[in-house]
Design a binder for this molecule. Structure first.
Ligand code: SF4
Ligand code: SF4
Length: 441
């Protein structure tokens, strides 16, 4: 395994692969937790409205939070049991978030649906969008945007192509890879339904060229879906990002600050496609998700299917625990995730990975002065200048940072990854964007 970083001529970087830790591990079911902690807001947009009370008995799959007007999403109980409390819990990043806490009823029946397509249901486009809304489906690749909103573009933005994105390219994570290997038919079925929901003519699944087993499965399954297809892209980071993917697959460029619908495209993650198929055919809302627990700091890496709201401590314990007390815990991917302060954080709809880095893997650089090497500029897939933009942000020249296209940053973290001076560029870029949003409100 080479640790050399290679730069792509299109922007983006080739980072040393680490998903080999998890890519051959079949998805396992985590033993059920005693208590789940369900944050009310697990999506981008407005939090929903809680419709249950402390002391209520709820069933797995029952709606407990309804969406509000605008960009918002529902939430469902992931286990049957009694609501112990509704209160703020630590979010693991120094803040707090309101959560519904459910104690599992040990005697209740717990069913996961099977992966076959024996219950296919035919629905109209409107019915599919309504089911997606009622099932609390959001972008499960990490973006968290409510899917029913994404699939309701304005009339003057017709969609001709749906891309189902299986090209996760962050190191260690094998969630999309395993989903493509184990739920192949459901991904095609989800694509068929999403295509119908928006009236798109074309639809295909995208997989990176280094996921050989997933490609074999897609190739075999595609025989059953004559109107759908799959495409293979380079395994370069961050080519799984929507903007990069659309350019690579369709040669269409999204204007700065605009969404893929501007060029007639909607992109959904493979797990989102599966969630759509399960919602329409099996009436199952989003109550579980697949998580990669990986890194050389965990004893037994695994890919697990987990009820939402399960504290990450249970996943870590099931994987044999930490190699050393000095291991570093990252929630999400190593490029875009955050360092967790606590193992009490619950698994959320967007929580695709728990990475435990060993001391040897984690190099905590002290941020040093910029040496003007421009490696961050070479690495940036959207061709902006992270070194100059962050200089402006750090000196409170927000307008100048905006003039250099701060808004185009897709927060991929490539610049910070390659910076030899250890400058936390991604953190600064996110802070700059947050300050711009605050100023504009
Ligand atoms: S500036 Fe933004 S888009 Fe460019 S490399 Fe850095 S994080 Fe990625
Ligand atoms: S990579 Fe780091 S040191 Fe090099 S120009 Fe960018 S910010 Fe400066």
């Amino acid at each position: 395994m080479s640790d050399e970083i290679k730069f792509s001529s299109m922007g983006g970087i080739e980072i040393p692969p680490r998903e080999e830790l998890n890519t051959d591990l079949q998805i396992e079911e985590l033993p059920l937790p005693e208590v789940v902690y369900l944050p009310v807001k697990q999506h981008i947009g407005r939090p929903g409205k809680i419709i249950v009370n402390k002391g209520d008995y709820v069933k797995r799959g029952q709606c407990i939070v309804e969406e509000q007007e605008g960009v918002s999403a529902r939430l469902h109980a992931s286990v049957s049991g009694e609501i112990l409390d509704i209160k703020e819990i630590p979010d693991g990043m120094g803040g707090k978030s309101e959560a519904i806490i459910i104690k599992r009823d040990q005697n209740s029946e717990f069913k996961r649906i099977d992966f076959s397509l024996k219950n296919k249901k035919e629905k109209s486009a409107e019915e599919i969008r309504e089911i997606i809304k009622n099932s609390g489906i959001i972008g499960m690749g990490g973006a968290g945007f409510p899917t029913h909103i994404k699939l309701s573009p304005p009339a003057d933005k017709p969609i001709d192509t749906i891309i189902i994105n299986g090209s996760e390219s962050e190191p260690y994570i094998a969630v999309d890879d395993r989903t493509m290997q184990e739920k192949t038919a459901k991904i095609f079925r989800g694509l068929e339904l999403i295509k119908k929901a928006v009236g798109a003519e074309n639809g295909f699944i995208v997989c990176e060229e280094n996921k050989k087993n997933a490609i074999k499965k897609l190739a075999a399954e595609s025989q059953n879906w004559p109107e759908l297809n799959y495409q293979i892209v380079d395994s370069l980071y961050p080519h799984g990002a929507e903007k990069m993917l659309i350019e690579a697959c369709l040669n269409r460029e999204i204007p700065e600050g605009e969404l893929p619908m501007e060029v007639g495209v909607i992109v959904n993650n493979v797990q989102t496609a599966v969630a759509v198929a399960e919602a329409v055919d099996e009436q199952q809302p989003v109550v579980d998700r697949i998580v990669s627990v990986s890194g050389y700091g965990i004893k037994n890496p695994k890919n697990l299917i987990v009820p939402l709201g399960t504290p990450i401590k249970e996943l870590i314990d099931y994987c044999g625990g930490l190699v050393s007390k000095k291991s570093i815990l990252i929630i999400g991917g190593t490029m875009t995730g955050f360092r967790a302060e606590s193992t009490k954080i619950p698994v959320s709809k967007t929580g695709f990975g728990i990475i435990v880095l060993s001391e040897a893997e984690y190099k905590e650089y002290e941020s040093r002065v910029c040496i003007r090497c421009a490696k961050c500029v070479d690495a940036c897939p959207v061709y902006i200048t992270p070194n100059r933009i962050t200089d402006f942000i750090n000196n409170d020249y927000l307008e100048e940072a905006e003039a250099l296209s701060l808004a185009s940053c897709i927060e991929c973290g490539s610049c910070a990854y390659v910076c030899p001076a250890g400058r936390p560029l991604l953190r600064w870029l996110r802070e700059g964007k947050a300050r711009v949003r605050k100023r504009n409100n």
